[in-house]
Design a protein around this ligand. Sequence first.
Ligand code: MCN
Length: 731
Amino acid sequence: MPYIGARIKRIEDPKFITGSARYVDDIEVPGTLYMAILRSTVPHARLLRVNYEDALKIPGVVGVITGLNIKVENRPRNFPMARDEILYVGQPIAAVVAEDRYKAYDALDYIQVDYEPLPAVVDPERALADDVKAVEGMSNVGYRKTYRAGNPEIELSRSDVVIEAKLEIGRVYPAAMEPRGLLAIYQEGKLTVYASTQAPHYMRKFLLDAFRDYVSDIRVVQADTGGAFGSKMFPYPEDYIVTYASIIYRRPVKWVATRREDLLSTYHSRAQIHRIKAGFTRNGEWKALIDELIIDLGAATHGYYLADITATLIGGPYKIRDILVEVYGVRTNKTPLDQYRGAGRPEAAFVYERIMDMAADELKMDPVEIRRKNLVTELPYTNPFGHKYDSGNYLHLLSIAEGYYRDFERRAEELRRQGRRVGVGLSFYIEQNNFGPWESASVRVKSDGKVLVIIGAAPHGQGDATAIAQIVADELGIDIGQVEVSWGDTELIGEGFGTYGSRTLTLAGNAALLAARKLKDRLRRVGAALMGVNYEDVVYENGYVRDVKTGKSLSIKDIANALTTNVGGTWPYGVEPSLEDTAYFGLSDYTYPYGSHIALVEVTEEGLVKVLDYVAIDDIGMVVNPMLAEGQVVGGVIQGFGEVALEEVKYDSDGNPLTQTFSEYWIPTIMESFNVKWYYLEEGKSNAPLPTKGIAEGPLIGVLPALTRAVENAVGRRITRIPIDPSLLVK
Ligand code: MCN
């Protein structure tokens, strides 16, 4: 049966369900030293002296590392450890390496840090004034860019209605179930790193760049990884400190963050402010946008690219052509900022969809009608900043969404008549994905005839292995039980990138498809030689090669057997005795899926947000496994509910983090969860051989504006900031 398109259960799950998965912290290597990290408790200070003599006296403490300095682009001054200036609470200052974890943590209390406090910069808007510096001797504006298209000032002045607002997307923490961690094992000039990561090949590269003088190679193995959401990809201080410790102490060194450490040190995300002026004609055409975008980068600048993504997609799926976005990337004394599921696109969607809803209110138009009027109708369409929206039919998807929206409106009306505060929200969004550049896959027939697929991507919860097995099983015409998928080891496959940017199914999946096609040809060639017939007369069908002339056939298993059974002897067949092929696949452009979310929400008297019904509709081209894609949508929507209603990393006005545990930083639990219905179209195909696009981040893009609107509609107050201030919601 064709597997593509079927709801096949995840082949990767049994070990997770039975508890036999192996996360970094489960990997035990004899002689391992444990690392504990002393982190700054002050937001900004001159670091005068670190005295660790007493810590060294504790039995079991092997050493203390301070002042490690490695140049990594756009990272904070003093990376990975503070040397003369402390820039945020949580910044590593010293690392203790000890015989066990408890001794390492205990020893932290015996390290004395002398510092001279400096004023901290906390509010990104205040930071723009640049009178108090987040980093001594540097402007607080770490990144500045102007995006201009058309003539927004003139179009704005000609507009019948101008919406002005300050829109804010709060600072969040990517709360993966498993905190970050790694185990580095030094073995005479070589190093193996087991990591909780989403990009092992990339990690190998950045670690090797730093430690090339000490080691000839680094092998990175992705341990079973309990989620990442974008946060386990770019270089962290601890990646370098642990690796360095293993090199200098010539022992395995492990570090796994506690939840509190993870909350303080995993790169935060979002944290954008938009001051917008949006001009509309009386009949609802969006003509102009002027946006001042302030992104709070924390104590480094590597998160600036997120503002670029937001700025260039700020017009969303709409026809607007006259746009000005002034981007200010601002340094503050906070944990550095980087990507989180959606990476810049949810922020853009929050802004353009808030604009649509505010304009609908202002113009007394129906929210669906105003979107219909503005949606791009001719695809492909190049947006004002060069994004090429590739394929699909936005109006068709909107018309389907409208059906649910009208139904939700009717139900809301009924509930309102019972005195309940109920609201409906609809969002329409455009997604950019398949961040590249390419991905790899090898397909290998093992001696028992099973087919092993190795991908360069590094899934960590998405279920891509199942979908890739479906693709390869279909292409080879074999039972899916004959296909295994492996990944996450830089020595398993030559090069690769990882799992991010909703790319894995499309890039690694298509690479696997192409590798399987090559393998079929190879099976024909080797099979023909084994059968002593002409290659041209041999066809491949459903796991067999068959000579059309004689009717002779061999199964994949027969061929594998013939290749591997005889030890000794010779190879008289004149063909390469290999059953392995590799393919690399990249797309010449990004793909642009799109979708719509519709939410029916009740706000209780106490101000709690309850989602009564929720529908998401996506067009991601061909869907390989609707159950996996749906799983992504359900998870993403609940995660987005957290961003709208619960989650925010908070600091006091001096720069002290107020959200250091899950009792202050609230993520949605099963109590807040709700049912999400997912529907899909397959009209917007990509150019890949298997015409798929990504789904994994779309839900987080659609959910923020849909839920925000539904809450706004329920309480009858304009909402301009997420997470929504609960005091606005109490009756
Ligand atoms: N899929 C499909 N048909 C398609 C597209 C996708 O059947 N046309 C399926 C795939 O087989 C896969 C899933 O949907 O099971 C998502 O695939 P894809 O859209 O290619 O996205 P990636 O696998 O590249 O996932 C990355 C994405 C990102 S960027 C973040 S952030 C995120 C997300 O995945 N982090 C996650 N979802 C997550 N889910 C879990 N459990 N944990 C994370 O850390």
